[in-house]
Design a protein around this ligand. Structure first.
Ligand SMILES: [Zn+2]
Length: 693
């Protein structure tokens, strides 16, 4: 296995994240989140995967692996023929939740992926700080995974337990290839961090089987994943192992997608009445990838697919594919993304709808989709470092992604709405997917471990490097080790983000070579920034990055300050939901108002955008001291006198009011209650129509 894990100097892999051991996050904000993941989230999730948290939804994940390991052992000993496959459905639950039969598969068909995402997050935690107990727990889990693997490399507990004769017969709805992808990501991360290759070897055996099974030969399966993930994971496996077959398998999956006749039709044995109509939009298989120019369908599938497409475009130089990626990124982020970075406007199919359709109270904005947009943006940055990609990445990370986890790391949101009325969550069937409080766990638990692995690897998104340039996409404190032509050089970064706009860079080793530091200028500072210490550097701005070039010495110290004023923002006027409303932001953070601070009936609130916004540091939660914003406005006096429901339109009585806003990602950490991001406003709400056209 000595060639399984290697650092390859490949010119097409030029703009890359740092190896985990060469990039350490020291940032106060993110370290606290990483500590939470390491000390609370991961142990808690381990219990949940083992169904050991009373009152939480059952996972059955470890149960399934244990059952599969026993089945595999029996099979290897020739003791038992494989059971005949019967369709058990997308989710199977035991008759008695606390008494699952020991040899049965339970949960969703993709339950294996929860353990793989947990293992990947463990790898990142171990990279940050050694932890013998956690590593031993992960090693034991890896042993269990390997015990479940079949002699030929096959590894999916659903089919191991329900009948291997059914393997690869439902690529559309079952998730063998999706689970493989998460296994591959975990295996690469775990091997790179710990040097242990047991899981990577198992993954490569599984990948080798897939490579043979999904070959282009006449007897090869011409299918592709119903839920993208294997593609980006195979590219990652290729980067880690250098095995080109894994890259080529990913390219085959991408190139087959959406071709006619649809593979999923053939798989289902159906003949469509209107074969010319695009179908399989939910699966992101409606069109060939190079012909996809609109973000439609299931949002998480879209984000994972686009991430794989971007990898492919970078690795192959395919301009048509890159063009599709650019258009899709634009369509998502300029027309279909919430101000929090959330994507997916409807619960129906967990999907995109149409342009500028961004309802706040029925939003889906799944945490996994937010993670997927971060993956996509970072991959686009690797191809072309443009601040527009990193601005989106920052928006998602600090808002719509972090909102997925409670401040104590024990409860999670799957859906991240921008407006909540708890009464509507139970009283309105259209809002049943919206919860006013985070949940302990989910039967479909894709989001919590996804969040854990993104937080743990935030350094992989903050910085990338080429041979002569260090890109700072996110202003996160950290230490990276650069390989320069004359040797190694550390770069230290300190940051007060997201609370203040100060960011500094030092070069403790000096650097004999001329070297370029490229620091993103955030869009939210509107060009208001200063940089000290760069007087002797060659300097230029390109695509939203400030490039500073010189032979840096130990005496060099760069101090950036990006203006971080609170400001009201408006939506494009075509967003019907937000007309006449504003959101409050400060730097990378979107703010919201909660019932806990502002009383009930938040819809009665109006902001005066001409008034000053005050910033005050407050201890919002134990150990959580943050800038709270206070704005002035009016409040319609409530409740109005009982009936009538309708009356002549005279202005309602209203009183002056002060409103408190907290960072959106911290909402629902106190008492359950109403929340809203967008608030009606008077004064200058920024709409051209308010001036004389
Ligand atoms: Zn999810």
């Amino acid at each position: 296995m000595e060639n399984r894990l290697q650092q390859r100097p490949d010119p097409v892999l030029q703009n890359e994240p740092f190896a985990m051991q060469n990039a350490r996050v020291t940032d106060a904000f993110w370290r606290e989140k990483m500590r939470l993941v390491r000390n609370t989230v991961l142990p808690h999730q381990w219990k949940l995967l083992n169904d050991a948290v009373p009152g939480a939804a059952k996972s059955y994940c470890i149960h399934n692996f244990r059952a599969a390991a026993k089945a595999t052992a029996r099979r290897k000993n020739g003791q038992e023929a494989a059971p005949h496959y019967t369709d058990r459905g997308f989710e199977v639950l035991p008759d008695e939740p606390d008494a699952p039969l020991p040899d049965r598969f339970y949960g969703f068909v993709f339950q294996d992926s929860d353990l793989y995402k947990w293992l990947e997050a463990v790898a990142y935690a171990l990279a940050d700080e050694p932890n013998e107990a956690l590593e031993a727990q992960a090693d034991a889990a890896i042993d269990l995974v390997c015990q479940a693997q079949q002699a030929d490399g096959y590894l999916d507990t659903y089919y191991i337990l329900n009948g291997l004769d059914g393997a690869f017969t439902n690529l559309k709805d079952h998730h063998e290839l999706y689970c493989f992808g998460h296994l591959a990501e975990a295996a690469v991360a775990y091997a790179q961090v710990t040097g242990k290759t047991k899981l990577l070897e198992a993954t490569c055996r599984w990948a080798d089987l897939l490579d043979a099974r999904f070959s282009d030969s006449p007897d090869g399966c011409q299918g592709y994943p119903g839920h993208p993930e294997a593609e980006l994971a195979l590219f990652r496996l290729f980067a880690a192992t250098g095995c080109a077959r894994y890259r080529d398998l990913a390219l085959r999956f991408l190139n087959r997608r959406g071709q006619r006749p649809y593979y999923f039709d053939k798989e289902r044995g159906c003949t469509p009445a209107a074969p010319e109509e695009p179908r399989y939009i939910y699966y992101q298989a409606h069109l060939p990838v190079r012909e996809q120019h609109e973000a439609v369908g299931h949002a998480v599938r879209a984000m994972y697919l686009y991430s794989g497409m971007a990898d492919a475009a970078r690795l192959t130089g395919d301009e048509t594919l890159l063009g599709a990626c650019r258009v899709l990124f634009e369509d998502v982020t300029a027309r279909k993304m919430y101000v929090t970075g959330g994507v997916g406007s409807t619960a129906d199919g967990e999907a995109f709808t149409f342009v500028y359709d961004l309802p706040n109270d029925t939003a889906y904005a799944e945490t996994c989709a937010a993670a997927g947009l971060v993956f996509f943006a970072r991959r686009m940055l690797q191809i072309e470092p443009r601040a527009a990609y990193a601005d989106v990445m920052e928006r998602v990370l600090y808002n719509g992604l972090l909102s997925g986890m409670s401040a104590d790391g024990k409860r999670f949101f799957y859906v991240n709405p921008l407006e909540v009325d708890p009464a509507a969550c139970t009283g309105d069937p259209r809002k049943r997917h919206v919860h006013p409080a985070r949940q302990a766990w989910f039967g479909c638990a894709c989001c919590p471990p996804n969040l854990a692995r993104v937080i743990g690897s935030v350094g992989q998104y903050a910085w990338t490097k080429t041979q002569d340039t260090l890109f700072v996409h996110l202003h996160i404190g950290g230490e990276v080790l650069l390989q320069t032509r004359s040797g190694e050089s550390h770069v230290l970064m300190e940051s007060e983000f997201p609370w203040e706009g100060n960011f500094s860079v030092r070069f403790p080793d000096g650097c004999g070579d001329i070297f370029t530091l490229a620091v993103r200028i955030p869009a939210w500072c509107a060009g208001q920034y200063t940089v000290e210490g760069a007087e002797n550097a060659k300097r230029w701005v390109r695509d939203g990055y400030l490039y500073l070039q010189k032979a840096w010495s130990v005496q060099d110290a760069l101090q950036f300050n990006f203006a971080m004023h609170p400001q009201f923002v408006r939506s494009n006027a075509r967003v019907r939901e937000n007309i006449g409303k504003v959101a409050l932001v400060r730097g990378p953070l979107v703010y919201c108002m909660e019932e806990a601070d502002n009383g009930e009936a938040l819809h009665l609130c109006t902001l005066d955008t001409a008034a000053e916004i005050d910033v005050s540091w407050e201890t919002l939660l134990p150990h959580t001291r943050v800038p709270v914003l206070t704005a002035s406005g009016f409040r319609i006096c409530s409740p109005e006198a009982a009936p009538p429901l309708y009356a002549p339109a005279v202005p309602p009585k209203r009183e002056n009011a002060r409103y408190r806003f907290i960072p959106y990602y911290l909402w629902a950490n106190r008492t359950a209650g109403e929340m809203q991001v967008w608030t009606r406003a008077e004064g200058n709400t920024g709409f051209a129509g308010e001036k004389k056209c």
